[in-house]
Design a binder for this molecule. Structure first.
Ligand code: FE2
Length: 275
């Protein structure tokens, strides 16, 4: 399995605090069946983050210097703000130097109105945005049609292992499973931060859980745990294309009704994107 969202660069964000902890996290990842890691330290999404990212590179190199027996790549988790438009031309922030994917993190309480424009601009620049853990965003929880819009605009969705397993709460789990069963998700990832409260160790369990979802036969499209856990994430590390998700009108209306049924909407939102 290949993890494209975690925080093993030591001493740069709320993830690993030391090289020793990073190595313990890598050992836990390997025990859980992970063979390659794209590590994604947080940045704020501003032009001056080029300097911040050079610090990431230095500390990432300290981990590489220990010659860990696993493939490691350096990317970023970019917090979406109105300033994120400014960094589109900075290739430093894509998932690695060769790759044309970028991991974007929304604030937890909403989907900002400018987000569709940001996805559009990244696509125009030839970079595919990956939306980190949409199942944990209040806007998506209340109006899951946002998730459909992200995919229709050309973004890919990454759901977090802990959400799938219910470790982060029932509503996140319900949303994560629905998104997977609707065929909207391209990646699972750990978002591991440390060796205790947010570890790598749920990988094999998540893989099995997703395989069982497929066996239950409730999904609108086939679920392939290997694609979610290995093939697609590996393509991000290598910078190779991932087939886009085709959403024709009959499928879209089935997805909409499935997502709306499973939601407890408190807000009826206006759609912000038409295609
Ligand atoms: Fe993260």
């Amino acid at each position: 399995m290949v993890d494209i969202h975690c925080h093993i660069v030591p001493g740069v964000d709320d993830g690993s605090t030391s090289v020793e902890m990073s190595l313990e996290m890598i050992a836990a990842a390997k025990r859980s069946g992970v063979t390659a890691i794209l590590t994604t330290p947080h940045i704020r999404g501003r032009a001056e983050d080029v300097v911040v990212h050079s610090f990431h590179k230095e500390n990432f190199q300290k981990v590489l210097d220990t010659r860990p027996d696993i493939d490691l790549y350096l990317g970023c988790e970019v917090r979406v703000t109105p300033e994120t438009h400014d960094i589109i031309s900075h290739s430093e922030f894509t998932s690695n130097e060769r790759s044309k994917y970028i991991l974007l993190e929304l604030e937890f309480d909403k989907v900002p109105a400018y987000f569709s424009q940001l996805i559009f601009e990244y696509r125009l620049a030839g970079i595919t945005p990956i939306v980190a853990h949409p199942e944990r965003n209040v806007g998506v929880l209340q109006n899951p049609e946002y998730a459909i819009d992200f995919v229709r605009q050309g973004a890919l969705l990454q759901v977090t292992n802990g959400s799938v397993l219910g470790e982060l709460g029932e509503s996140f789990q319900r949303c994560a499973i629905n998104l997977i069963e609707c065929g909207l998700v391209s990646f699972l990832a750990s978002d591991a931060h440390n060796i205790s409260t947010r570890p790598f160790t749920n990988w094999s369990e998540t893989y099995e859980f997703v395989q069982n979802l497929e066996k239950k036969g409730n999904s609108l499209l086939p679920i392939n745990a290997d694609y979610l856990c290995t093939h697609n994430p590996f393509a991000v590390c290598q910078g190779t294309p991932i087939p886009s998700i085709e959403l024709d009108e009959p499928l879209l209306s089935r997805i909409r009704s499935r997502l709306l049924q499973a939601t407890e909407p408190t807000v009826k939102r206006k759609r912000f994107f038409f295609m």
